[in-house]
Design a protein around this ligand. Structure first.
Ligand code: C2E
Ligand code: CA
Ligand code: CA
Length: 281
């Protein structure tokens, strides 16, 4: 979807040819889709590099449009943020993710470290309601708080520093964990790693991409993993697509890997199935 900024905000609907609609129409359509239950949550397995087994999954939202088919979050998260509908979407995804993770825990009692991660966008972190939402999702599902990891980007942290810090500490107080998504692509200062309650760094796909091929990417990833080790943070390598990347990630000491090599995002039921099986050859 292409977007033009400013007052004449227009969304070019994919699949609708050249038909355009105003932001108001698109917002109404998205709101109706939420009401109609067209949004659902899929999960991409996270692989524990020590055992080669899935340790959990990242929750990713999908819009199953009745006419256009599947819409990826990149096509509607922006609009959801601008319109405020992200609050409702966030509630939905949090609820799904916690309910599913509680189920996986029950199904795989041997998976002590099982976790689920959920993305939070800027608007969600800026809204104190998020603390209530997370708390409600945990209570309703019975999921142990430390199993829920909330992913935020560096840009979100820097957006409204004080408010973000306050919210993160409140969330931390619930016992959940916080991950920095796309680490290394956003903000150049690392001071926030001390100021904010961070538990996990997700090495951005753009660094993982060149592993084993581009010496710079090896050096950057190694530095991130060492930094994380020093600070006692978990590391996740995102976007692992090849065995070479997987081997390099493991050799560098990354704790967890995620990517098409292991699995694309899949339905919750399918995660149940792979949770007890080894995906790494
Ligand atoms: P992200 O958080 O960085 O999520 C990872 C994206 O990379 C996902 O795309 C995933 O399908 C894709 N990916 C995973 N492994 C690979 C790989 O090996 N190669 C490649 N090329 N891509 C891979 P997706 O699901 O389309 O999500 C796009 C973005 O939308 C996410 O980026 C996240 O920022 C946002 N998003 C998704 N779900 C939610 C949500 O529930 N709430 C919020 N606030 N944002 C969401
Ligand atoms: Ca993410
Ligand atoms: Ca990411």
């Amino acid at each position: 979807a292409k977007r033009s900024s400013g007052n004449d905000f227009i969304v070019y609907e994919p699949g609708l040819g050249n038909t355009t609609s105003t932001r108001k129409d698109s917002t109404a359509e998205l709101a109706a889709a939420i009401d109609a239950g067209e949004l659902r949550t899929v999960y991409q397995p996270l692989i524990d590099m020590r055992t080669g087994r899935p340790i959990g999954a990242e929750a990713l939202v999908r819009w199953q449009h009745p006419v256009d088919g599947l819409r990826s979050p990149d096509q509607f998260i922006g609009l959801a943020e601008e319109s405020g509908l992200i609050t409702r979407i966030g509630e939905l995804v949090l609820g799904d993710a916690c309910t599913q993770a509680a189920l996986w825990v029950a199904e795989s009692p041997d998976q002590e470290d099982l976790l689920v991660t959920v993305n939070l966008s800027a608007r969600q972190v800026a809204d104190e309601q998020i603390v209530e939402q997370v708390s409600a999702a945990l209570a309703a599902s019975g999921l142990e708080p430390h199993r829920l990891v909330l992913e935020i980007t560096e840009t979100v942290l820097m957006h409204d520093r004080d408010a973000a810090a306050a919210t993160l500490w409140l969330l931390k107080g619930l016992g959940v964990r916080i991950a920095i998504d796309d680490f290394g692509t956003g903000y150049s200062s690392l001071a926030y790693l001390r100021r904010f309650p961070i538990d996990m760094l997700k090495v951005a796909r753009e660094f993982v991409d060149g592993l084993g091929r581009d010496a710079h990417d090896d050096v950057i990833t190694r530095a991130i993993v060492e930094l994380a080790g020093t600070l006692g943070l978990l590391t996740v390598a995102e976007g692992v697509e090849t065995t070479q990347q997987s081997e390099t990630v493991a050799a560098l000491g990354c704790d967890i890997a995620q990517g098409y090599l292991f699995s694309r995002p899949i339905e919750a039921d399918a995660v149940s199935a792979v949770m007890s099986a080894s995906l790494v050859a």
